[in-house]
Design a protein around this ligand. Structure first.
Ligand SMILES: Cc1cc2nc3c(=O)[nH]c(=O)nc-3n(C[C@H](O)[C@H](O)[C@H](O)COP(=O)(O)OP(=O)(O)OC[C@H]3O[C@@H](n4cnc5c(N)ncnc54)[C@H](O)[C@@H]3O)c2cc1C
Length: 391
């Protein structure tokens, strides 16, 4: 079954694009593969672009781990010329340790994947503000794979006022790598329809892509690019402490984390740490996925904590609106204790501008222990334990 050249480079329909995987730990019939090839035990496998997914799965089944991926690019292609000749000079792309298996840009804007909308559900309940939809797309007909914390691009249908195709917009993925149906065939998003009053004319304006997505019907095609993003990946450590701070649709990646931790039965990831979600919204009916989050809280009281800040309904200690930073200050002692553990990661996702408030909250928390928060945060960033994705 094992074949170090998993396909002919020259006869693919992708102009000869191929990759060389460096793999360790491959076993066939119980015997290690590759020790004869390199003293390190690495095996090199040439993989055509259109078989990447399949070969990755095969490697995983044989107990292998991909430690490096090298793009094999022909010289003509690197000059921007389409070509069908076999790959020439290999170019090595440096991959950060731990990020070897992270899929990125499997589909690019000039040839996006066309998925199908399966469902489109409203998440804001009666009395809430605005429109936020949970959308699920069928991706079973392609090679799109992704990890929790990544985003995909969406290219809205139609053209802009200049008659050009619309540009893509990014959306955080709200499902786990296995999808909402746990069959590896779907990807889900949590999308707020952008609407605002034009400062010039006072007219109501609706965002192009968010309105397109919120209006999709089951069966509609949707152009998808990506996946992209390595900032918000979850650590593999099942004992880690994961502190999540979300406003609005910033909940999307955290839904994916929580579903992976508590709703799926993943043999390689049995979460035993602490996940603490701080969630800021305007009104109670805007607490997205509220019922599911509360169910997790009840079922896993030792492993999951939910702390909401509902700005238009709750008051902070000074009598003002309750924002996330006030909840952080209320929990300063505990949070400070947690962030000092080397396996605690903090993730922030949602509205641009929310970081300011969080820094304020953390500054106050650290000050109680005579620590300068800015210095400590710098250190956490260096250790890749402070993750931010705001938009
Ligand atoms: C990494 C990443 C992840 C994201 N994840 C999500 C997600 O999970 N869910 C989600 O809903 N969105 C997410 N977004 C935002 C998303 O990409 C789009 O920006 C958003 O949906 C708006 O796009 P649109 O096409 O509807 O709006 P557009 O038609 O592109 O309009 C946006 C423009 O409208 C103008 N505008 C907006 N608000 C106002 C205002 N109040 N007053 C005046 N002008 C205004 C600004 O010029 C702005 O650039 C994410 C963005 C990034 C970068």
């Amino acid at each position: 079954m094992y074949n170090s050249s998993a396909g002919s480079v020259s006869n693919t329909s992708f102009g000869g694009r191929a990759f060389r995987y460096e793999v360790v730990g491959l076993r066939q019939n119980g015997q290690p593969v590759g020790s004869a090839i390199r003293s390190s035990g690495s095996v090199f496998i040439t993989v055509p672009y259109n078989r990447m997914n399949q070969i990755m799965q095969q490697i995983a089944r044989m107990g292998g781990k991909i430690i490096n991926i090298e793009s094999l690019m022909s010289s003509a292609e690197s000059n921007g010329q389409p070509t069908a000749t076999p790959a020439a000079a290999p170019t090595t792309k440096k991959v950060k340790p731990g990020h070897e298996d992270v899929p990125v840009n499997l589909y690019r804007p000039n040839s996006p994947f066309v998925g199908k909308c399966i469902s489109n559900q409203e998440l804001v309940r009666e009395g809430g503000e605005g429109t936020v939809r949970h959308l699920t797309f069928d991706i079973s007909t392609g090679d799109l794979r992704y990890l929790e914390g990544q985003s995909i691009g969406i290219i809205p249908a139609g053209t802009d006022p200049k008659g050009k195709p619309h540009k893509l917009r990014l959306y955080s993925i709200a499902s786990t790598r296995h999808g909402d149906h746990v069959d590896d065939k779907t990807v889900s998003l949590c999308v707020r329809r952008l609407e605002y009053k034009s400062p010039e004319t006072g007219e109501q304006v609706f965002g192009v892509c968010s309105t397109y997505l919120c209006g999709l019907n089951p069966g509609d095609d949707v152009k998808i690019t990506g996946p992209v993003g390595k900032e918000m990946l979850l650590p593999n450590d099942p004992e880690a402490t994961i502190i999540m701070m979300a406003t609005g649709t910033g909940i999307a990646p955290f839904r994916a984390y929580l579903w992976r931790m508590f709703k799926e039965n993943n043999p390689e990831y049995k979460f035993k740490g602490l996940a603490w979600l701080f969630f800021g919204v305007a009104y109670t009916p805007n607490v997205l996925y509220k019922a599911e989050l509360e169910e997790l809280e009840q079922k896993y009281p030792d492993n999951f904590k939910l702390t909401c800040a509902i700005s238009r309904e709750q008051k902070n200690a000074q009598g003002g609106k309750m924002y996330i930073q006030h909840r952080i200050q209320e929990n300063a002692d505990k949070l400070w204790e947690l962030v000092q553990k080397p396996n605690t990661h903090v993730y922030i996702c949602g509205l641009k501008g929310m970081e300011g408030g969080i820094d304020e909250g953390m500054t106050a928390a650290a000050a109680k222990f005579n620590v300068n928060w800015a210095d400590y945060q710098k250190q956490m960033k260096k250790e890749e334990r402070w993750h931010v994705e705001t938009y």
